[in-house]
Design a protein around this ligand. Structure first.
Ligand code: SF4
Length: 358
């Protein structure tokens, strides 16, 4: 059986032709799938005989919403989804002044082992299919009953370790006959898988690339991110410069400010000289605490000072608003199970379970 939601429009058209039908039926079916239809019978403009063939040869991916948690600031919701094999993943919705944004997971867990991140505890279970990534978006869109305009692939998982499914997902959600999301409104975040950075510049030059940097030198980065041993900072920044030359796009560097680890004035100056003259933006994110380690986020004064020093090097920097940390929906806090905190909240907030599963 074919997972029909996993097909790009071109692949779907070929599949329909193989079934002995006209190519244009592919676009019709693609459009239904993008609307969140889960039964071939509901596709009202598809003839009965084609529906019968589809039922015999294909299925429509569905994921189940287990819980929805709303943040006290009212602009963030975290969703816990169950997959066909009972694995759990989380996704986050954020309302911004410019539109509705979702943060999508690309893997069940993560193998990268960044020391500050909850997603990697327990390691990698498996990659998500493109269909499972699309499903996160569709389910959230249905729940909020508004169009999602922005997507960040920054949830659980390293998207460049699930590269083919990632590219497929991006192509499917960009397609005009479907969700038609602008590539410019999509951000993919990587911890720094160098060969894929260069390939991504060729494949998806309009999509924004974010790099999880988190350190101004190899010794701090080695202590926080295992990936730095394979792809050290100097090589990573060389790849980033090549990416900028190829795409002429600004790179976003994510920098979690960790008290006493990477947040000193010297660290800021070192980062400033590392990134000066690069077409880039630095997102400073005071670390969101997780219970499994002793790392704490920097305070606002420290974050402001760090930002000022970067600005002396003419580097654009912002301190990211903390959205969703009270429901463990902020950066680095996503998991593949209920955390203790969300477990407690599940009881208290059960009435907030607004989503009706298909
Ligand atoms: S920060 Fe990203 S790459 Fe690192 S462990 Fe977490 S999900 Fe994986």
């Amino acid at each position: 059986m074919i997972n029909i939601k996993d097909l790009t429009l071109t692949e779907l058209e070929s599949f329909i032709i193989e079934l002995g039908e006209k190519k244009f039926r592919g676009a019709q079916i693609f459009s239904w799938l993008s609307k969140g239809i889960y039964s071939f019978d509901e596709m009202t403009n598809i003839p009965k005989n084609l529906k019968a063939k589809l039922k015999d040869t294909a299925y429509i991916e569905n994921i189940i919403c287990e819980a929805v948690f709303s943040s006290s600031e009212g602009e963030t919701k975290k969703y816990l989804f169950k997959l066909y094999d009972h694995h759990l993943i989380e996704s986050v919705y954020m309302r911004y002044h410019y539109g509705n944004s979702v943060c999508i997971s690309s893997q069940v867990g993560c193998s990268m082992g960044c020391s500050f991140c909850a997603s990697t505890i327990g390691g990698l279970k498996r990659n998500l299919s493109a269909a499972e990534m699309i499903e996160q978006l569709l389910k959230i869109q249905k729940d909020i009953n508004e169009r999602i305009s922005h997507v960040v692939i920054m949830g659980s998982g390293e998207p460049f370790e699930n590269y083919d499914a990632l590219l497929k997902f991006l192509r499917i959600i960009h397609t005009e006959e479907g969700l038609h999301l602008s590539y410019r409104n999509i951000t993919v975040s990587t911890c720094g898988i160098i060969p894929k950075i260069i390939d991504f510049a060729h494949q998806m030059p309009q999509v924004t690339l974010a790099i999880s940097l988190h350190a101004p030198n190899n010794s701090i980065r080695d202590s926080l991110m295992a990936v730095n041993k394979k792809y050290p900072l100097d090589k990573l920044l060389k790849a980033c410069k090549e990416y900028i030359d190829l795409t002429n796009r600004r790179i976003t560097f994510e920098y979690s400010l960790i008290q006493g680890v990477n947040d000193s004035e010297e660290n800021a100056a070192e980062l400033g000289s590392l990134l000066k003259n690069m077409l880039c933006h630095v997102n400073l994110i005071p670390l969101n605490k997780i219970e499994e380690n002793e790392l704490n986020g920097s305070d606002r004064i420290k974050a402001e000072r760090f930002k000022q020093i970067l600005e002396k090097y003419r580097i654009n920097a912002t301190i990211r608003r903390e959205l969703g940390s009270d429901i463990e929906a902020a950066c680095g806090q996503l998991r593949r199970r209920y955390s203790k905190k969300t477990g407690d909240m599940k009881q208290k907030l059960n009435e907030q379970l607004t989503m009706k599963n298909e």
